[in-house]
Design a protein around this ligand. Structure first.
Ligand SMILES: Nc1ncnc2c1ncn2[C@@H]1O[C@H](COP(=O)(O)OP(=O)(O)OP(=O)(O)O)[C@@H](O)[C@H]1O
Ligand SMILES: [Mg+2]
Length: 327
């Protein structure tokens, strides 16, 4: 698809696309911590690992980046992006990903033996195998049971297969259920992804612009950042949606920098509604406090005027009050 603003802003590609492209990866604090947990998991060679968090926090991008970062001379990897399948299909997918030849007519048992044989052979060569499953909240109970069996594959000394689950919040809710104990008890490393913090928003935006080839023909002004942070709550996908709209708006105005006015105009767009958390409407927001202070000041002025013209004997009223208090 032709992106209208690319040439105008001197960009090679769309900086705020929605695909989880690992080339655009920005190492925020939470993403770095998640990777550290995964590296620790690979060192300890035990159980399963689980990285979970809300939608749009960067689980898929992280799973891809993690796999890309591994030394291919040491690790074989299988990435399962969509685990909505039965256990046989799951096994087939794992074999395909690991490049193990098989025939569709093979029984499940034979396929499993093939996988086991491959893992042992690779282990002897000093290679470890990792299965990364994205969208793990969609795994059926039946496939989870199969994953448990897979996670039991080990030599006398250590596991020969490492399994990492990436999933949305529901994954944890499911794993907490009593009938899932057989799998949750095997999770040795678990980490919850968080949104980006305020200080990371500017860096994230600049990083993505640079990755898209920016030579500085477009920028986001400081006064735009708090608005983007408040509307996105630091969720990278929402930041991307807002920033992409800002670039379109800026292009239509033949501008060069996104300021607070552009962001405000973008945030007003109804079609952004589903992506942006609306602030809770309480009276004690800035506007409410402003109204209260104004009313108070007006009442005070009225009282002073009434007392000056002696329409209400304010002085006497106060005197009475203090007399009463003093007894
Ligand atoms: N650390 C990051 N660096 C750069 N871009 C990121 C980062 N985290 C998330 N994004 C971007 O945010 C968007 C959403 O990321 P991703 O698809 O990985 O989220 P997710 O957690 O897998 O969401 P879902 O739960 O819906 O599957 C993508 O465009 C991705 O490129
Ligand atoms: Mg995802």
């Amino acid at each position: 698809m032709e992106i209208p603003y690319l040439e105008y802003f001197g960009l090679n590609e769309r900086p705020f696309g929605l695909t989880p492209d690992a080339n655009f990866y920005f190492e925020s604090q939470t993403h770095r911590e998640a990777l550290e947990h995964l590296r620790f998991f690979l060192m300890q060679k035990e159980g399963l690992a689980c990285i979970y968090g809300d939608v749009g926090l960067g689980k898929t991008v992280l799973s891809r980046l993690f796999i890309d970062s591994l030394n291919k001379n040491i690790y074989n990897t299988a990435l399962i992006l969509n685990p909505i399948m039965d256990d046989k299909e799951f096994l087939q997918e794992v074999l395909t990903e690991l490049g193990i030849p098989y025939d569709n007519n093979l029984s499940k048992k034979d396929m499993f033996s093939r996988l086991e044989g491959f893992l042992l052979e690779e282990y002897k060569k000093g290679k470890e195998t990792i299965i990364v499953i994205d969208e793990a909240q969609l795994i059926s109970d039946e496939t989870f049971e199969f994953i448990r069996i897979l996670s039991n594959l080990e030599t006398d000394k250590e596991k020969i297969l490492h399994i990492i689950l990436f999933g949305q919040q529901e994954l944890i809710e499911r794993l907490k259920q009593p009938h899932m104990r057989y799998i949750s008890q095997r999770i040795s490393v678990i980490y919850r992804l968080r949104p980006l913090n305020f200080n990371e928003i500017n860096l994230y935006i600049t990083h993505r612009l640079l990755k898209a080839g920016s030579k500085g023909f477009v920028q986001f002004e400081d006064n735009a950042i708090p608005l983007i942070y408040n509307a996105s709550k630091g969720y990278p996908r929402t930041i991307n949606i807002i920033c992409d709209r800002c670039l379109i708006a800026l292009y239509s105005k033949s501008g060069r920098s996104v300021n607070d006015k552009i962001v405000k105009s973008v945030l007003k767009d109804e079609s952004l509604g589903p992506f942006i958390e609306k602030k809770e409407k309480t009276f004690f927001n800035k506007k409410g406090i402003y109204i209260l202070v104004t009313v108070f000041v007006l009442l005070l002025i009225l009282l002073i005027i009434l007392s000056i013209f002696n329409i209400i004997p304010v002085k006497d009223i106060f005197k009475d009050i203090f007399k009463l208090k003093g007894g």
